[in-house]
Write a protein that binds this ligand. Structure first.
Ligand code: MN
Length: 246
């Protein structure tokens, strides 16, 4: 098995190192990841300049593009043989609920799925992420499972792992995405030349963490696994829109 690893925290982030160590036990590993922190990059592609790719070590590449660029370039140009799977992470921080819309970690997995491969995003749910090895071991377990039980087409797994030692995990839960409060206002200030600047602050707390949600699972020490697909169509509203048009 050959697995492509990527992330949005940068090619030398501790979560990616832990993931590499765990997955290397069960597969050949290639890393193609951003050369810096690109958290919040979502599914953006770099279109208005070329993307540079540097070989940092054997089977480790860093690009000056986004996470989506990295996976796209790896699968369409860099790798001689297509890998069997794409695993993104381990992100330093949760990707719960509405986070998946902004997440570069999830986007890297999505790009793998768009290009036809099984894919999973793994995040360590903590503001002070510590136990990356726990999340990497979860990823290793799930890779083995995906090998024998493939997901439906167009589906990726969004996995969030509580930040604690492996022995203290309470189990696994299949979860739906939760919802956040409206995010906090941006910080408005002025630069040294008196021009206005704006700095987007941290995300808001979870508005909803009911049983069955990813937030609820992680809050109770469970590994949350959410199957995610990309079709954003609100099918229930199609008839209503058709009614307007009539
Ligand atoms: Mn990140």
């Amino acid at each position: 098995m050959h697995i492509l690893l990527s992330n949005d925290d940068g090619y030398n982030a501790p979560g990616l190192m832990a993931l590499q160590e765990a997955i290397a036990h069960i597969a050949q590993v290639t890393i193609v990841a951003p050369d810096r922190n690109r958290s919040g990059a979502s599914n953006s592609l770099t279109l208005h300049r070329p993307v540079r790719c540097h070989r940092m070590a054997e089977h480790v590449y860093a690009t000056d593009g986004t996470p989506t660029d990295c996976v796209h370039i790896a699968l369409t140009a860099l790798l001689e043989q297509p890998p069997d799977m794409v695993v993104s992470g381990v992100n330093a921080g949760a990707n719960l609920g509405d986070d998946v819309i902004y997440s570069g970690t999830v986007a890297a997995a999505m790009e793998g799925r768009f290009l036809g491969l099984p894919a999973m995003a793994v995040s360590l749910a903590s503001h002070t992420p510590t136990h990356f090895a726990t999340a990497a071991r979860v990823a290793q377990t799930l890779v083995r499972r995906l090998q024998t039980e493939p997901l439906p087409a167009d589906t990726i797994l969004n996995v969030n792992v509580p930040d604690r030692p492996w022995e203290q995990l309470q189990g696994y839960a299949a979860s739906r995405l939760s919802r956040r409060h409206r995010t906090a206002p941006v910080i408005a200030d002025h630069d040294p030349r008196g021009l206005p600047i704006y700095w987007i602050g941290p995300v808001a707390n979870m508005e909803e963490a009911d049983p069955g949600t990813d937030s609820h699972a992680v809050n109770h020490g469970l590994v949350s696994i959410t199957p995610v697909h990309v079709d954003l169509t609100r099918y229930e509203a199609l008839d209503r829109i058709a009614g307007w048009l009539a």
